[in-house]
Design a protein around this ligand. Sequence first.
Ligand SMILES: Cc1cc2nc3c(=O)[nH]c(=O)nc-3n(C[C@H](O)[C@H](O)[C@H](O)COP(=O)(O)OP(=O)(O)OC[C@H]3O[C@@H](n4cnc5c(N)ncnc54)[C@H](O)[C@@H]3O)c2cc1C
Length: 539
Amino acid sequence: MLSLTVAPKRRYLVPFNPKRIPHLFTDVLIVGAGIAGIRAALSVDPKLHVVIATKDRIDLSNSAWAQGGIAGVFDPEDAIANHVADTLAAGKGLCNPQIVEMVVREAPERIRELEMLGTHFDQENGGIALTQEGGHSHRRVVHALGDATGKEIMRALIDKVRGEPSLDVWERTFTIDLLTYDGECRGAIVWNPEHGKTFVWAKQTILCTGGAGRLFRETTNPEIATADGQAMAFRAGAEVRDMELMQFHPTVLYIAGSSRHLISEAVRGEGGLLRDVQGHRFMPEYDPAAELAPRDVVSRAITRQMEKTRHHCVYLDVTHLPKELIAERFPHIRKVCQEFGLDLTRDLIPVRPGAHYMIGGVSVDAEARTTLPRLWAAGEVTSSGLHGANRLASNSLLEGLVFGLRAGRNASAAALSEPDRFTAYPLESTLADSPALKDELQLDDLLNSLNSEMGRHVGIDRDAAGLDSALRQVEFWDRYVGPREFATVRGWELQNLLLTAQLMIRTALARTESRGVHYRTDFPQTDPRQARHIPLIRA
Ligand SMILES: Cc1cc2nc3c(=O)[nH]c(=O)nc-3n(C[C@H](O)[C@H](O)[C@H](O)COP(=O)(O)OP(=O)(O)OC[C@H]3O[C@@H](n4cnc5c(N)ncnc54)[C@H](O)[C@@H]3O)c2cc1C
């Protein structure tokens, strides 16, 4: 298929003049310090200098918020072929089978490696404890601290990074744009409150900026997930693909005033049941696997049931499970619910779907190479071919590990083969076409409006009329936001979200079928002729 094209309002979000900005030279620049970024950093040769730039504290990432666990075959009754088959089945014809095989085969080794790096996974009968999640045919999800797997993994990885003298972590450092010269990536322009803008020239750059959940109001993602990486890679000329594929998590805590905590799949894996406002258990009417059906099926079933019952949420029921199991397996969820006066042994948990995982992203091959020379990418910012049109639960931390390792190793080898040149390239960015800044923009208002528009027309149910209207609206906002010069992270994030929203809506319009997480009410069937990726490049 031919690539779709979109014209970003600008190549660089900020003006700069290399004579007025400090320069730093490094071997490898890694943007993002989640599981993918840190795994990449740990596979760079310690002879090389590495800068890891992360826009907030190092412990704030989707990775640190991961709950359920990581999938890998450890049970003797399970087999690699089963994990491959489950991943392909969830992916609905868009997975790359070689990538799936590669990732699944490597899973046990990557997980053992995390243990060697200091992660304590939960144990059972003298071995690693395994649970089962939606879409998995066997118990193969490894977890830690009950339901705070990401927190424990990231604790161990961050400890390790802090002890490595060749790795410099720059926290609260926002990467504004990737620098390109002669069609190759040469590093990035970053900003932090103490030093302002800085050019970081790198022999090789690795993008690990995570997801895009903040396009939507209802999301499980932390504030950092504003699609910066997808947008900056696109502006720099890298191909992105399948941007319509946003996975919604079926069960996000829905209590006014609370942040949207995810109620992990594992709760249903351990026997939790979904009931509507009348107490009716509805999932068996939608899918034979009932509560353990893939996420897209459960999310749509909940949406339908909310419409049917005209109620703003459904309820997760664990009151029939042993008290000890709840305390042991879901301490985090239990604590959050307690804060709102809910006792899981007695009360039902109000939930509804929320944006959770960005499946589409920067195209990478099996070696984590993007289409832009000298730029590698790993983790949620990418589209690697592992997830296809729907991600199987607990496969994404795994993807971050497998591709993070490859990105780091390959960037390292390439940087080692290149002598130090300390070249600053003659780049300049002006904002000639920027409109006069007479009126301060209300960024919160714009973000709220974008979130509402995306939820209304680009959420779980989509159709041509809604998508067209959303595109017109987002393009209108981008006409006056896109060309502006902002001096704050909030402004740059909004510009990135507006660009990514357009990429998402355009591909959602182009996929005139329903497949995996992409559901078109005007094209409810899957069309075998559309079992292909939808690439996008800069016009
Ligand atoms: C609540 C929740 C629960 C989940 N549970 C599971 C689970 O049980 N199992 C599973 O496999 N997956 C789970 N996921 C998904 C999984 O956590 C993510 O897909 C994965 O952690 C992504 O890792 P990453 O390294 O690609 O990105 P992240 O971990 O999100 O890291 C992104 C990094 O990039 C930085 N960054 C972003 N933009 C910029 C910028 N402009 N400049 C500088 N730095 C930037 C961020 O600060 C951060 O350090 C869950 C996700 C959520 C939100």
